[in-house]
Design a protein. Structure first.
Length: 429
């Protein structure tokens, strides 16, 4: 099947949005299947810059864009994002956008709890985006969530609210906070409900219909495999499964729908928030990567931590997520470095490892083993064909694909949509 599933293969911010936007014109549908508005995807089209958190990146090209059931949805953030994009000339209506009616909602109490926990954790905090993502997923799994479909039945929500508020009020009391104001919550939900409900539908059914018609589906992952709640650097992770397999459960399509799994891989490494990061550079090289790559978070504006490319981590992500091919992004950020380094293994208490262990203490203790290569003179910035790349940059790409045991399908050389080199078309392969 000619579907493509895009996942981040590092700690997020690999450039998924740019690649999804570039691929969207070849797709019939773009589907978000996990995460929420903790994501921040930046798209650059000519003079225009679009920042998307909750909406699928296909919306900018007008491609049918769907929020699947695996996403946690903040109705107020949704409205604000739609209004912002509309002010930039993007057309969003019930023809080109829909939301799964079984999507759990992020409510103000989730944001409160996220903030209360982070503040209480002090130096041990996760460094979340503060959007209430974790608490909303907890309520989903705890069978207490209010979902999009409940917005059509707000007058008969008492029993559900009893369950939800009993849980939250106990937690809030522990933090010295007042109980949830149920009347205010219902009033806020009543106000926002019609806006959300106009887009709500059984998404699984729509996808089943388009599948039968032979449509090409592009699944857009958020975050990255190293932030996956099972496979990531636990507990410094997000609260959803970010791996490609979630495309099926988070949309209501079967597991064979994933198609070509395109791992998005930054040519170096970044991380925002707390947690281990073996190749982190806290020196002027890291500073230079951050400045050249404009590494500031789209959602929170936080400075992203930067380091050399870690082939061990990416090889592991590609294996876990079944990556068919990668899009290597931000190669241009490495332009002009005299030497570039790649991490090819770890040393842990005298032993050499070819994988990243699960225990937090081991993750923090590993020391990277580096391979050094000459950098390239000349520029890759804006290159649109293989022939435009300096020979040494091609060597770097080849070494990366060898070490991660996964072929390169695309190379991105600037934020601009068209500055992309196609090596192997994921929709055809
Ligand atoms: P996402 O979360 O994976 O969608 O990535 P973000 O949008 O948060 O971060 C990637 C940033 O890098 C954005 O500002 C993009 O505009 C930018 N970007 C994407 N691809 C490239 C590239 O190839 N070169 C450069 N210089 N910037 C890029
Ligand atoms: P995109 O889609 C980078 C990180 C947060 C924090 C951890 C948990 O733009 O790649 P959460 O708010 O999800 O509970 O925070 O996950 N995080 C991201 N880091 N890119 C993202 O999304 C992220 N979404 C969450 O910084 O460390
Ligand atoms: Mg991002």
């Amino acid at each position: 099947m000619a579907n493509v599933t895009v996942v981040g293969a590092q700690w997020g911010d690999e450039g998924k949005g740019k690649i999804v936007d570039w691929l969207a014109s070849r797709a019939d549908v773009v589907v978000r299947f996990q995460g929420g508005h903790n994501a921040g995807h930046t798209l650059v089209v000519g003079e225009k810059v679009y920042k998307l958190s909750l909406l699928p990146s296909g919306i900018v090209t007008g491609t049918l864009s769907i929020i699947g059931n695996g996403v946690v949805l903040d109705p107020w953030a949704l409205k604000a994002e739609i209004e912002k994009l509309e002010s930039q000339g993007v057309v969003i209506n019930t023809e080109n956008f829909s939301i799964a009616e079984n999507c759990p909602l992020i409510l103000p109490m989730h944001r409160d709890l996220d903030a209360l926990r982070e503040t209480a954790a002090g130096a041990g905090k996760i460094g979340t985006t503060g959007r209430g993502i974790g608490p909303a997923y907890e309520d989903k799994v705890g069978r207490r969530a209010i979902r999009v479909c409940d917005l059509a039945h707000l007058d008969s929500l008492d029993a559900q609210l009893d369950r939800l508020c009993a849980h939250h009020d106990a937690l809030r009391a522990g933090f010295g906070q007042p109980a949830v104001d149920r009347e205010a919550l219902i009033a806020e939900l009543k106000e926002i409900a019609p806006f959300v409900l106009q887009f709500a539908e059984p998404v699984w059914k729509r996808l089943n219909t388009v599948k039968k018609a032979g449509a090409r589906v592009l699944f857009e992952g958020a975050q990255g495999v190293l932030l996956d709640v099972d496979h990531g650097t636990y507990p410094f992770v997000t609260s959803s499964n970010t791996v490609s397999g979630t495309a099926a459960s988070g949309s209501g399509m079967g597991p064979s729908s994933a198609g070509f799994v395109l791992g998005i891989v930054k040519a170096y490494t970044t991380r925002v928030g707390s947690g281990p990061f073996p190749t982190e550079l806290e020196d002027e090289v890291g500073q230079r990567l951050g400045e050249r790559g404009h590494e500031f978070g789209t959602v929170t504006g936080r400075k992203r931590r930067c380091g050399w490319f870690d082939a061990v981590l990416v090889r592991q992500s590609c294996a876990i997520s079944g990556v068919t091919g990668i899009a290597l992004t931000k190669l241009d950020v490495l332009d002009g470095f005299e030497k570039v380094k790649i991490c090819t293994g770890y040393r842990l208490r005298g032993k050499v490892l070819d994988y990243y262990p699960s225990h937090a203490a081991d993750q923090a203790a590993v020391e990277p083993i580096y391979e050094e290569m000459d950098g390239w003179q000349g520029t890759t910035a804006g290159a649109r064909s293989w022939a435009d790349l300096p020979a040494q940059a091609i060597k770097y790409i080849q070494r990366v694909q060898e070490l991660i045991e996964t072929p390169v399908a695309l190379v991105s050389t600037s934020p601009e949509r068209e500055d992309t080199i196609l090596v192997r078309d994921p929709f055809i392969d």
